[in-house]
Design a protein around this ligand. Structure first.
Ligand code: 6R9
Length: 645
């Protein structure tokens, strides 16, 4: 074994970018790269140039020699009466090959094509992802909880002709009708001028169809029937350049059009394998459970690609964490002997609230726990450590984003001290910095907040926004670029969009988004998307979405809307705004309140000041409003919401 210290020192700045060879060497390459980092066209970085590999081969085939009979995935259905399924590497290999054959032979999917999925937490989702990866096709999973319209929008943006979905799935004891959303997705895509030709429908209970939505002749097909024709088929993994896109993951930004973050094959896979190894500390005899959704980047990187690249056993759970009671999660942990547990503060808050003493009733032992997705309150952190982790597990608080592929800020488990409420320093090979608005460095220990940026490129960073390269440069690099002509990566720091403070010990505390994004229970919702959805209600003239503090979800959405002239506020209008948001985005975005107000606070240039509304909503006080064009509206809104609360 190499001495640990020496190994980690290889990631000090003087060895950049060669340090990332350590991660790439965790993979099996068809041909090695000649250039680790090509930074000649900033900020379009290229990693492991010249190298070729297949992501599916790395996550499945190469483990067959030593682990074919070990579980790759353990799937826990929500109904406790249904049996847990273990899928061995050998079986995963079979399933992935057969589904790849369906995609290629039946749907005509070719290397480079995009395939959209709208799948819940079922093993068919990783199977579909790996099948695309095998073909070199680009998958784009839309979170199952999002609406059909949101899915159709994303499929149109990615110009996917194939949509993979499921008839239904269990959530909180209900068999949710999911296929109906596919019909809506096809219709929305059509409105955008794009046609989805084929809808592949997995059945939650093969042989019996659990949806009310009729199958459309010539468009909708049951996957189990298609698979029967491909039984035993083997599809050779396509050797892809390291720089070929592996998948798109849509996230919200400051405009209504979502951003398809494009991730690479070689750089991404190397980065998630490396960070899974060193920050999740996964060993072959561990049972690792990331209790999150694969429709979120966390699930792509740390349920599917990272753990499977390392050949580990990854647990997936279909349903709600507190169903049928708040002991469920701990019962699963006990039953499966989970040793590494990974989840989000929103889940931790809920489990703490509903069942503060439940963990003590179950005999599991975690050696390691992770939190991701939002700042975790120190109180909640302590419960996670003391009660859920029984004071035995090392905790890592991992800060990163959809755009980043993998962790950016975290402590090394058991090697660097934990600090509740802080994510720690930059991870191996990541050099964060805090800049003020003018690009001056804010010194550690100054107590001053600023914008957290990353000074260097890294292999997991996304390649571009699908179809919007200008927006990519503008959103993430323009703000602090020192010279747009420069070919030197030092001049192109990455702007993360989060506020942060750095303590004297170098640890960062993340304060939250500085852009127009509201993080609800770990889901990024664009204020523009919420406002556009509200404006589909005919009576609405203007809308503003603001975050409010919410005990369980961290943040929730409140909508402020004003009506077209001459119209009167009503409960019905409020309800229809909430329904419009459900329909266009999904239930997760449903506002806590809809307030009908007479006008919005605006700047002299007419911009709605969401910050002012958020202050009224959260604190009742707004500070200086002298730059508003209509300062009197502040009191109006305050009276209105106070009399109603
Ligand atoms: C992985 C993921 C990204 C935004 C990010 C930040 C917030 C994530 C955090 C955290 C504090 C942490 N965030 N992890 N804030 N501490 N450990 O969450 O991706 O869905 O794109 O969200 O989430 O605000 O900018 P994504």
């Amino acid at each position: 074994m190499r001495p640990i210290r020496l190994f980690f020192e290889r990631f000090s700045e003087q060895y950049f970018p060669d340090c990332f060879k350590e991660y790439a060497e965790l993979l099996t390459w068809d041909s090695y790269w000649h250039t680790i980092l090509d930074s000649s066209n900033p900020p379009f970085w290229k990693w492991f140039v010249g190298g070729r590999l297949n992501a599916c081969y790395n996550c499945v085939d190469r483990h067959l020699a030593t682990r074919h009979n070990e579980a790759a995935l353990i799937w826990v259905p929500e109904p406790e009466g249904e049996t847990t399924q273990a899928i061995t590497y050998q079986e995963l290999y079979q399933q992935v090959n057969e589904f790849a054959a369906v995609l290629r032979e039946f749907c005509g999917v070719e290397t480079g094509d995009r395939v959209t999925f709208h799948l819940p937490m079922v093993p068919q989702l990783p199977v579909a992802m790996l099948a695309c990866a095998r073909l070199g096709a680009i998958h784009s999973e839309v979170f199952g909880g999002f609406s059909g319209a949101a899915c159709g929008d994303r499929a149109a943006d990615a110009t996917s002709h194939v949509l993979v979905t499921m008839d239904g799935y269990y959530r909180n004891g209900q068999l949710v009708d999911h296929k109906a959303k596919a019909d809506e997705a096809v219709a929305t895509a059509h409105e955008r001028g794009h046609e989805i030709d084929k809808v592949l429908v997995w059945r939650r209970h093969p042989g019996s169809y659990g949806s009310q939505s009729p199958m459309v002749e010539g468009r909708d097909f049951f996957v189990d029937e298609l698979l029967a024709e491909q039984r035993g088929k083997v599809v050779d993994p396509v050797s892809m350049p390291a720089e070929a896109p592996l998948f798109l993951m849509y996230t919200s930004g400051t405009t209504a059009r979502p951003k398809g973050c494009q991730h690479s094959t070689g750089g991404y896979l190397a980065y998630v394998a490396g960070t899974s190894k060193y920050y999740q500390d996964i060993h072959p005899d561990d049972t690792y459970w990331c209790c999150a959704d694969i429709g979120w980047i966390t699930g792509h990187s740390y349920i599917v690609y990272g753990p499977l690249a390392l050949g580990t056993t990854s647990v997936m759970y279909e349903g709600a964490p507190a169903y049928p009671d708040p002991g469920r999660v701990w019962r699963i942990a006990e039953r499966l002997g989970v040793s590494i547990f990974h989840t989000a503060p929103t889940t931790i808050r809920m489990l703490r609230k509903l069942g503060p003493d439940e963990p003590g009733k179950y005999h599991y032992r975690f050696k390691h726990m992770t939190t991701v997705g939002e700042p975790i309150e120190p109180e909640v952190w302590r419960w996670y450590y003391e009660t859920a982790g029984k004071r035995e597990a090392a905790i890592v608080d991992t800060w990163w984003q959809t755009e980043n592929g993998g962790f950016l800020g975290s402590t090394l488990p058991a090697l660097q001290p934990m600090k509740p409420g802080s994510c720690g320093p930059g991870v191996l090979g990541i050099y964060p910095v805090i800049y003020d608005e003018d690009g001056n460095t804010v010194e550690a220990g100054s107590g001053q907040a600023g914008n957290i940026c990353i000074r260097n490129p890294w292999p997991g960073i996304f390649q571009t926004i699908w179809g919007q390269p200008e927006r990519f440069v503008e959103t993430y690099y323009q703000k602090y670029c020192r010279d747009p002509e420069s070919k030197d990566w030092h001049d192109w720091p990455y702007f993360a969009g989060d506020g942060a403070v750095q303590a004297a010990d170098g640890y960062f505390r993340i304060l939250g988004r500085v852009d127009d994004v509201i993080n609800v229970a770990g889901h990024r919702l664009g204020t523009k998307e919420l406002e556009s959805a509200s404006l589909t209600v005919e009576e609405i003239a203007e809308a503003a979405a603001v975050p409010v503090v919410d005990e369980l979800r961290g943040r929730a959405v409140e909508m402020y809307v004003s009506l077209k002239p001459g119209l009167k506020p009503s409960k019905d209008i409020e309800d229809r705004v909430a329904q419009a948001i459900d329909r266009e985005i999904g239930k997760i975005a449903r506002p806590k309140n809809v307030w009908v107000v007479t006008d919005m606070p605006k700047t002299r240039s007419g911009k709605i000041m969401r910050r002012v509304i958020a202050s009224i909503s959260n604190f009742g006080d707004v500070g200086d409003v002298s730059t508003l064009a209509n300062p009197e509206i502040v009191d109006d809104i305050r009276h209105h919401i106070q009399s109603d609360k």
